[in-house]
Write a protein that binds this ligand. Structure first.
Ligand SMILES: C[S@@+](CC[C@H](N)C(=O)[O-])C[C@H]1O[C@@H](n2cnc3c(N)ncnc32)[C@H](O)[C@@H]1O
Length: 269
């Protein structure tokens, strides 16, 4: 990732890694993920065809810009479609968990600090957040975080092998509340199948949201995926909030609005 100037920070900006990542949209889902093309009961197009985010502009603070210039070569991975062994990014033999949409990265840094034996591959497309997380990595001496800049769907479909992840964490994904935007939701049947295929058997997909209709949607989508089993037990439904999930920025905002938070944890069978 080359450094971005303060006026040049959107996902469609002229920074080379950013352009390559956001321009890298598969025209059709890659081989091996055909099951994701099963008719979508939620009426959306196949996963990977419609992006789950709008490119956002955001100014880099001097601290974020400095962190990107100095630290990106060490901790960064462009989402360029080239297959990668996630364990090799860390080289310590520990399990790798993918966090999708880390925002400003505070929760990522807190999890990495609390679980030093777990490697976190954190992905987002938001450049200021990437700068912020790089700063946190250095400030807290975190050796178990790497950052992938780009679309998590591309990262999963084209770069990460089957059975390679111990976990996938998706905390407060954009809820896309309007029905005409539901097709942009990350958690959809095709995504559930894709995520399950990248998890090692026994690995977990942990989602949390403060948007009740999205929580119900997630439950329906994940319950319908045969390669995933709900850890909530025979009754199904949501799980109690796990202690190890730190409070995130979007969670705090949701709670301030009086929203209830739902956690869902499914295990790859
Ligand atoms: C609502 S924010 C939540 C951020 C953080 N997890 C929190 O709880 O504070 C959702 C984040 O997901 C990112 N995002 C959305 N779609 C993504 C995708 N396909 N790949 C990577 N990041 C994505 C957005 O850029 C944004 O930072």
């Amino acid at each position: 990732m080359s450094s971005a100037t303060p006026s040049d920070t959107s996902a469609t900006s002229t920074t080379s890694a950013t352009v390559s990542a956001s321009a890298h949209r598969p025209a059709s889902p890659p081989a091996g993920t055909e099951s994701t093309l099963a008719p979508d009961p939620f009426g959306g197009p196949p996963v990977g065809v419609v992006r789950t985010f709008h490119p956002r502009r955001g100014r880099l603070s001097p601290q974020q810009q400095d962190a990107i210039e100095r630290l990106w070569p060490t901790y960064g991975l462009p989402v360029d479609g080239k297959p990668r062994d996630p364990a090799a990014l860390f080289g310590n033999g520990g399990p790798v968990v993918l966090e999708i949409g880390f925002g400003m990265g505070e929760a990522t840094a807190a999890m990495a600090e609390a679980e030093p034996g777990v490697n976190i591959l954190a992905t987002d497309i938001h450049t200021p957040g990437i700068g912020n997380l790089l700063h946190l990595i250095e400030a807290r001496g975190l050796g178990n975080v790497r950052i992938a800049e780009g679309d998590a769907v591309v990262l999963l479909t084209e770069m990460l092998p089957a059975d390679s992840l111990a976990g996938i964490r998706v905390f407060f994904p954009d809820p896309w509340p309007k029905s005409r935007h539901h097709k942009r939701r990350l958690i959809r049947p095709g995504f559930a199948a894709l995520a399950a295929s990248r998890l090692a058997p026994g690995g977990t997909l942990h989602c949390a949201t403060d948007w009740a209709p999205y929580a119900a949607w997630m439950l329906e989508v994940l319950e319908a995926e045969p390669a995933l089993a709900n850890t909530a037990g025979p009754g199904g439904g949501y799980v109690p909030r796990p202690d190890r999930r730190p409070m995130t920025r979007f969670e705090r905002q949701g709670l301030a609005k009086g929203h209830e938070v739902a956690d869902l944890i499914f295990r790859r069978v």
